[in-house]
Design a protein around this ligand. Structure first.
Ligand SMILES: Nc1ncnc2c1ncn2[C@@H]1O[C@H](COP(=O)(O)OP(=O)(O)O)[C@@H](O)[C@H]1O
Ligand SMILES: [Mg+2]
Length: 236
């Protein structure tokens, strides 16, 4: 299996001097693996996640995604990395649901046929065809998350990076999202990393990492996390 993500002792200093670190264990993601990142509020989950997609550069330590430094090479690997950020409004470009889902596919130069096929496939599998012509602005929170997930999944990325992307999605919508993600992991070797704050969501991941006090203190299965009492870091 090939390594998709390798992060070693990440440290980041924000302009206001807040220091965030994720040292201790190395953070590794293999092809096809589904990885959940848990930790309390402010533990650095989002900071770690946005380093993976090249939006921040570490002050110390190293980040490798698909074999390269994502900060320096995002134009090279961008097409292979699907992202849903925590503040999902920040990434939806609209104006309509369908146009938003097509945006990255168009940007990366996919053929017209493929754009239509992929957009149709993700909308149907996520049960959002009815929202096709809807203006993004009027969608509910859970609907926005599903549209952002559709846009990221339409790329059939090698790595899907999600920040609390399941929050607000209703149970029926969530089971569709999880089915599509599982399908791409099994059949397309897609790997997933998600920052998880909702305890219920832990069950969707094979490997869990725990971030606490600036350190990655645990790597293991959800059962091992329960035994250790680490799931207290999630909200319910
Ligand atoms: N842009 C920023 N500038 C300054 N401090 C920040 C910024 N973003 C996050 N932080 C701080 O970094 C720490 C980690 O935040 P974050 O990565 O968002 O944690 P989590 O996602 O686990 O809640 C927190 O103390 C937060 O206040
Ligand atoms: Mg966060």
């Amino acid at each position: 299996m090939s390594k998709i993500v390798e992060l070693k002792c990440l440290k980041h200093k924000y302009p206001d001097r807040t220091e965030v670190s994720a040292c201790g264990l190395d953070f590794l993601v293999e092809e096809g693996e589904k990885v959940g990142l848990v930790g309390g509020n402010g533990s650095g989950k989002t900071t770690l996640i946005i380093h993976l997609v090249g939006m921040l550069r570490p002050t110390e330590g190293s980040v490798s995604v698909l074999g390269v430094d994502p900060y320096k090479n995002f134009s090279k690997i961008g097409e292979a990395v699907g992202v849903v950020v925590q503040q999902v409004e920040d990434q939806l470009v609209g104006p309509t649901v369908e146009e938003d889902i097509k945006f990255s596919l168009i940007n990366y130069g996919f053929s017209k046929n493929k754009i239509e096929k992929r957009t149709k496939e993700v909308m149907s599998r996520l049960g959002i065809e009815d929202l096709r012509k809807k203006v993004i602005h009027y969608l509910s929170g859970g609907q926005k998350k599903r549209v952002a997930l559709a846009g990221a999944l339409a790329l059939k990325p090698k790595l899907l990076v999600l920040d609390e992307a399941f929050n607000q999605i209703d149970p029926d919508g969530l089971s569709k999202v999880v089915n599509l993600i599982d399908d791409y992991c099994q059949n397309e070797d897609m790997a997933v990393v998600m920052a998880v704050s909702n305890k219920e969501d832990i069950k969707h991941f094979n490997t869990i990492y725990l971030l606490e006090d600036g350190k990655i203190t645990f790597k293991g299965t959800k059962e091992e996390l329960e035994e250790r009492g680490g799931s207290q870091f999630c909200s319910h």
